[in-house]
Design a protein around this ligand. Structure first.
Ligand code: F6P
Length: 321
């Protein structure tokens, strides 16, 4: 079987671990494995090169993606999809594995309407916002990166008895904010999945101060409906009559050596993708749910909204009391 593999959209730590598992397990099971460079655009530009076991040496521990990534507008068009179909067929590919987030699953779903090759997706995004897997590849590392930064911010916040608003990534999803907020004892967590007014936030912060808290951390997901951390800080400061500090963590969350959790998840999903292909299972995203490896139709991964843990959500006020 001739398999192409690519990474698309925002990179996430341990994408490399997935590429390594796909390549090595694929080759050991008598497949030819080719890397596509630059995401879906790499198919259109024919940046496709064969990988061998040594091409994926010394990458297990590295963040980013050796295949490089991108967001292709051309690939989304009918002409782009037809061109990609022709290139994949002309070059004799039987299958394509793409690692990425919801945009990547959309891309595979669209390509499946034109190309009759076998398609498999792997969930690679720090946002953890795909249904069909408990965790996405890179989420754990991103949360740990943010956690390390927040622990440091807590030190300086305590030294000055300050209120800090810390913005984390997550354009449409609050999973990073939620996990890092719970794990650092934040007084409030603002996420797109929940609605918090400035009045409610001001009340939480004032109440925390009244309970003699020496520092107050508010974690803000970049996609919160109230705006970004700077916008919220302005409104909050006016409301409570006290200036707050803002720290935007940004891209440091997306880089660095993947955690053991992400390396294992990526390795399992990469190997499973090959086993699925060879066993005749395709047309969906592989994921791990309750410890079981499963495949979910592409469309379900973004149309079924993955919920935050409602029980933990209900505990937030008690935990930060
Ligand atoms: O989807 C992953 C993500 O890191 C989001 O959390 C963030 O909003 C977005 O990508 C940033 O995208 P870009 O890399 O295009 O700036």
């Amino acid at each position: 079987m001739k398999i192409a593999v690519l990474t698309s959209g925002g990179d996430s730590p341990a994408m490399n671990a997935a590429i390594r598992a796909i390549t090595r397990v694929g080759i050991n099971r008598h497949c030819e494995v080719f890397g596509v460079y630059g995401g879906f655009q790499g198919i259109l530009n024919e940046q496709i090169h064969e990988l061998n076991s040594r091409s994926v040496s010394r990458i297990l521990h590295r963040g980013g993606t050796i295949l490089t990534t991108g967001r292709s507008e051309e690939f989304k068009t009918q002409a782009g999809l037809k061109k990609a179909t022709k290139i994949l067929s002309d070059r004799g590919f039987d299958a394509l594995i793409a690692i990425g987030g919801d945009g990547t699953m959309h891309g595979l779903d669209e390509l499946g309407k034109y190309w009759n090759g076998r398609l498999i997706g792997l969930p690679g995004t720090i946002d953890n916002d795909l249904s069909g897997t408990d965790y996405t590849i890179g989420f754990d590392t991103a949360v740990n990166n943010a956690l390390e930064a927040l622990d440091k911010i807590r030190d300086t916040a305590e030294a000055f008895s300050r209120i800090f608003l810390v913005e984390v990534m997550g354009r449409h999803a609050g999973f990073i904010a939620f996990h890092v907020g719970v794990a650092t004892g934040a007084s409030a967590i603002l996420m797109p999945e929940t609605t918090t007014t400035i009045e409610e936030l001001a009340q939480k912060v004032t109440a925390a101060k009244a309970r003699a808290k020496t520092s107050v951390l508010v974690v803000v997901a970049e996609g919160d409906e109230l705006g970004n951390a700077h916008v919220i800080e302005k409104a909050l400061s006016e409301k409570i009559g006290e200036g707050c500090r803002v720290s935007v963590l940004g891209y440091i969350q997306r880089g660095g050596n993947p955690t053991h959790f992400d390396r294992i998840l990526a390795t399992r999903l990469g190997a499973y993708a090959i086993e699925c292909l060879l066993g005749g299972m395709h047309g969906g995203m592989v994921g791990e749910v309750d410890g079981n490896l499963i495949m979910t139709p592409f469309e379900d991964t973004w149309t079924i909204k993955k919920p935050l843990d409602q029980w933990m959500l209900g505990l937030l006020d008690e935990l930060s009391s």
